[in-house]
Each structure stands twice: as structure tokens, then as C-alpha cells.
Design a protein around this ligand. Structure first.
Ligand SMILES: [Ca+2]
Ligand SMILES: [Ca+2]
Ligand SMILES: [Ca+2]
Ligand SMILES: [Ca+2]
Length: 312
């Protein structure tokens, strides 16, 4: 974590420190690896391209800041301690300037894979990786109740408008699919060119069994998201050194029921305020490319497995 702390200090000195929103925990800015267009990872569930991402950009159940764990259970089994026999993972993020995409990867062990489109537990009853994306770092609210606006039309328009909050779940199951933008009624966001891919994972296991799982995916972000159509929405232009807000929750449902939900939501930053409130999420900086860490066309065979999975 030392490099992250150094980075956080450096950013502050440059006058780029985060505004007074979206900073859980206070004082930490995490890094988003830049994927140059020449080296985009292939969305196929083989996550070996991500081996080039430095260790200090990966997060695990043991990642700490100021002596505190970064992922803490905020719903369900609140107070649960890390138990890698129940859930273990590593994850990180990437971005691409030209395509204005955020990429994600995670690698997970779970004693009970829960993906049956519902059942007991919380957060829809299935295992998921939830992202609340505040692309312009406005600290906005994602969820509104029926009484928050005068008309139903306004309520629907404002849910997910400035932050987009989705549970990503695999495999994709009808009717909601793999990218459940639960605060919005949008139906068009879960396909290219807005997000991808329903099948870019490798699951060794099945519902209600022990499982290992790797997945990689991407999404665009929105400055103004209109559930009705992309034409009415304003896509975000991601730029180097920008600070974005990401609210990450790793959801572990373990095939529970009403009497024993067996549900834990591990939230990065450990804070929960409302549903999708951007002031409780975490700061990330879109890092410059580190071309020296990326393979070239003349690299030796040790890069072969990585080169083979890059796009031209
Ligand atoms: Ca891949
Ligand atoms: Ca588990
Ligand atoms: Ca379930
Ligand atoms: Ca589980």
C-alpha cells in the first residue's frame, strides 16, 4: 500500500486532491491502471493480461489503510471478520482514454456460489460485484424514492441520473441479466457500446457449490444518464489524472433463506449512507500509462501468454 499512500500525497501536493465529496476513507486515493488502446485486454475470462498491473493497484480482503481494513461488511453479517474459506478475492480496475471505458477484473473464491436469480439473502439474493460509478466526482445521489419528486416521471428520470449503480452478476440470467442497474429502469445499458460482456468470465463451479471465478468487463460512465435512451444521455469523457468516485461492494450470498440469510456486503471504504449516495464512496485517480510495464512486439516468450490475449 505504500505506493498508494505516496500517490495520495503527491496528488494533494499537485492541488488535485479530491473535492469534499466521495472520499471513503478520508485521505486515500486509489489508482486506476491505464490500458492504452494498443494493449486493451480481451474480454474472455482469461485474466492473464492483468498480470502487468502492479501489486499495489490490486485490492484484497486484507488491503488496509491507516491500519483499518478497506473492505468492511456494511449490510448482512455486519461485524464479520475476514474468512478466506468463505470468500476470498482480488480485484482491480483499468481505464482507456480513447474509448472512455472503465475496466474491471476480479478473481474470487467462494465456498458457495449463489447465482439463481433470487432466493434468500440480500442485494437481489445472488453473489455480485456492485459498482456505484460517479464519473464526474460530483458526490451525487443515485437512488430516489417515490416521494422525492412530484411526478413518477421525475423519479424515474433521476434514479441513476448522476451516479450509476449496478450489481454485476454471472452467469447472465433472464430477465435482468448480468448488469443489473437496479436504481434505474434502463434496459439498454448492458450491451455494447455501453458495457461488455455477459460472457467474459470463467466459472469453475455452479450455483450452490464451491467455486473459483475470474471475470473481466467494462462499462462507460455518464454525466447525465437518462433511462429512456442513450440518445438522451451524456456520456462521460474520462481523462488522465481525473478523480472519479467508485462505490464498490462485494456481495457474498451463500444460498441462505429467510431464517438464515447468509448475506454479507463487503464495502470498500466501509461506509454506508443511503442507497448510492456518492459522498460515501471512494476516490480513484485515472493513472497515466506505464508503457514500460507493457509487452512490446519483440518481447521474449515469457510474455507469450500475455501477448496472445491482447488485441492488435
Ligand atoms: Ca482476457
Ligand atoms: Ca461465501
Ligand atoms: Ca440466490
Ligand atoms: Ca457466495
Amino acid at each position: 500500500m505504500r505506493k498508494l499512500l505516496t500517490l495520495s500525497v503527491a496528488v494533494s501536493l499537485l492541488g488535485l486532491s479530491s473535492p469534499s465529496f466521495a472520499h471513503a476513507p478520508e485521505g486515500l486515493i486509489l489508482g486506476v491502471w491505464q490500458w492504452p488502446t494498443s494493449h486493451l485486454p480481451v474480454m474472455d475470462g482469461d485474466i492473464s493480461e492483468w498480470d502487468v498491473v502492479p501489486d499495489n493497484l490490486w485490492l484484497t480482503p486484507f488491503s488496509e489503510f491507516n491500519g483499518e481494513l478497506l473492505h468492511v461488511v456494511v449490510a448482512g453479517e455486519v461485524g464479520a471478520e475476514v474468512n478466506t474459506a468463505d470468500l476470498n478475492y482480488r480485484w482491480t480496475s483499468g481505464w482507456n482514454d480513447e474509448l472512455d471505458r472503465l475496466y474491471f477484473v476480479y478473481d474470487r473464491f467462494d465456498d458457495l456460489w449463489d447465482r439463481d436469480g433470487g432466493g434468500g439473502g440480500g442485494a437481489g439474493g445472488d453473489d455480485s460485484f456492485e459498482i456505484n460509478l460517479d464519473a464526474n466526482h460530483g458526490g451525487d445521489v443515485s437512488w430516489f424514492g417515490a416521494d422525492d419528486f412530484d411526478t413518477e416521471e421525475e423519479v424515474l428520470r433521476n434514479r441513476g441520473r448522476f451516479n450509476q449503480m449496478s450489481h454485476y452478476r454471472w452467469p447472465s440470467l433472464e430477465p435482468i441479466g448480468w448488469n443489473w442497474l437496479w436504481a434505474s429502469s434502463a434496459t439498454w445499458h448492458d450491451v455494447e457500446p455501453y458495457s461488455c460482456c455477459p460472457n467474459s468470465f470463467n466459472l469453475n463451479g455452479a450455483h450452490a457449490t464451491e467455486a473459483t471465478f475470474q471475470v473481466e468487463w467494462w462499462t462507460v460512465g455518464w454525466d447525465d444518464f437518462d433511462h429512456e435512451s442513450p440518445e438522451n444521455s451524456v456520456q462521460h469523457d474520462f481523462s488522465e489524472n481525473d478523480i472519479i468516485g467508485l462505490g464498490i461492494s462485494i456481495i457474498d450470498n451463500d444460498v441462505g433463506d429467510a431464517d438464515d440469510p447468509r448475506f454479507a456486503a463487503w464495502r470498500l471504504g466501509g461506509q454506508r449512507c443511503g442507497n448510492g449516495d456518492g459522498k460515501c464512496i471512494s476516490d480513484f485517480i485515472l493513472l497515466p500509462a506505464q508503457m514500460d510495464l507493457l509487452p512490446t512486439a519483440v518481447e521474449n516468450d515469457s510474455w507469450g501468454h500475455i501477448k496472445a490475449s491482447y488485441m492488435e
